[in-house]
Ligand binder design. Structure first.
Ligand SMILES: O=C(O)C1=C[C@@H](OP(=O)(O)O)[C@@H](O)[C@H](O)C1
Ligand SMILES: C=C(OP(=O)(O)O)C(=O)O
Length: 425
């Protein structure tokens, strides 16, 4: 049960390391030759799936909390695993790893939990087939057996805006002997492209064309992972909607491909500012200052959706407090996340007395809603669970979640932080 809080959020908050960047740091460290040292690694269930998968492929990886050491031996030393690789709930692990396995000289089977086993894999099967991999799947879903082979480079125009597909093709491209190019329609998170140079890899980027040369030698690297902007967004949303709030979130990643939620909130008139204070590798890091705000409606553009894709449930929650109504459109991709987040967001908000409904590939939310506590079904989706917890800042009556374990997928100390804020600690 999450107790109603009804008080402003104040003070300083730090969030754990970025999930997308943590996954990629393990993958590149395992492909590289030499030692990789990672700090502020996100020690969450999803990222540990990536660690365990590479251990099963023979990588020497030691995790001690948020510190990870990898003794990389290069891609040639990766070995056929002795059993199926379990991706758990992690779409990023499943899709990026498929790109790598496609270029390795053995067969490997990947499996996942019920949620992941229902998520589409044709988006990666198709380009990886084009590159020469043979992939058997259950109707384009997990379990999937990848018959790795000598891959050839391709030029691939992404049919959907997906950083996971882009990264899977780029990582497979590293295992070819030519140039692989991915063309984006709208820009998606670019952590793979920004991280490769740290390991000595070359990537060419011209507008939305990203090219990578195969057979590059990668060396080990030192990486400090920025705080996760998607995790920070729970507190940003909470502060914006809760009277009396004034918080500063420090050391958080401010990569331009990830700050769409802040950009939309600014258009809604939110009192929010951010400042880049340093770079770790090519990733900008800084602070975000947020205060309670009187919000107005805005229009959501298709080309910006990828920059706040994981924050849509929060944007919908924020929209319940604006003057007017908001249509969040062009979000079909939300149907293929850990739950169908269009449905599960609408259902959670309806349960809290909000007038919200599903529209074609989107959600329509009426503002000025009085939230009333209720039981919320999370469908095992971490982002729905945490969004419901944030709703408790402004709800009348307690909110009861059917599951809070799923929060460990991306933000293991979220409930402790909520407790700390709740008690002004
Ligand atoms: O590349 C990544 O690390 C991610 C990309 C996004 O997925 P899509 O590529 O499916 O949009 C995002 O939703 C996910 O949380 C992490
Ligand atoms: C969609 C998400 O992650 P993944 O695709 O890696 O499961 C998420 O974290 O919201």
């Amino acid at each position: 049960m999450i107790k109603t809080i009804n008080q402003g959020l104040t003070g300083k908050i730090k969030v754990p390391g970025d999930k997308s960047i943590s996954h990629r740091s393990i993958m590149l460290g395992a492909l590289a030759d030499g030692d990789t040292y990672i700090t502020n690694f996100l020690d969450s269930e999803d990222c540990m799936r990536t660690v365990e998968a590479f251990k099963a492929l023979g990588s020497d990886i030691k995790v001690a909390g948020s510190i990870v050491e990898i003794k990389g031996k290069g891609v040639k030393e990766l070995k056929k695993p002795s059993g199926p690789l379990n991706m758990g709930n992690s779409g990023t692990t499943a899709r990026l790893l498929s790109g790598i396995l496609s270029g390795l000289p053995f067969n490997a089977t990947i499996i996942g939990d019920d949620s992941l086993s229902n998520r589409p894999m044709d988006r990666i099967i198709e380009p990886l087939n084009q590159m020469g991999a043979t992939i058997e799947s259950k109707n384009n879903r997990l379990p999937m057996t990848i018959h790795g082979d000598q891959l050839h480079p391709i030029e691939y125009k992404l049919p959907i805006d997906s950083a996971q597909v882009k990264s899977a093709v780029l990582l497979a491209g590293l295992l070819t002997s030519g140039h692989t190019t991915v063309i984006e329609n709208n820009e998606t998170r670019d952590h793979t492209e920004r991280m490769l140079p740290l390991f000595g890899g070359k990537v060419n980027r011209e507008n939305k064309r990203i090219s990578i040369k195969g057979n590059q030698h990668l060396h080990g690297a030192k990486i400090k992972i920025p705080g996760d902007i998607s995790s920070a967004s729970f507190w940003i949303a909470g502060a914006v909607i809760t009277p009396g709030s004034d918080i500063t979130i420090s050391d958080v990643g401010l990569n331009p491909t990830r700050i769409g939620f802040i950009n939309v909130l600014k258009r809604m008139n939110a009192n929010i500012s951010m400042k880049v204070t340093r770079y770790e590798g090519d990733e900008p890091i800084g602070n975000i200052h947020v205060q309670y705000s009187q919000l107005q409606s805005t229009t959501i553009e298709e080309q910006e959706v990828a920059s706040f894709i994981d924050e849509v449930p929060l944007l919908a929650l924020v929209a319940t407090q604006i003057n007017g109504s908001v249509k969040i459109e062009h979000i079909e991709e939300l149907k293929y996340k850990e739950s169908n987040r269009i449905q599960t967001t609408v259902q959670a908000l309806n349960a809290l007395n909000v007038n919200a409904k599903e529209i074609e590939n989107g959600i329509l939310i009426e503002g000025q809603s009085k939230l009333i506590g209720n039981e919320i079904q999370t469908y095992g989706d971490h982002r729905i669970a945490m969004m419901a917890c944030v709703a408790s800042f402004i709800s009348e009556g307690d909110i009861i979640l059917d599951d809070t374990d799923c929060i460990n997928i991306s933000y293991p100390n979220f409930l402790d932080e909520l407790h700390r804020i709740n008690n002004n600690l």
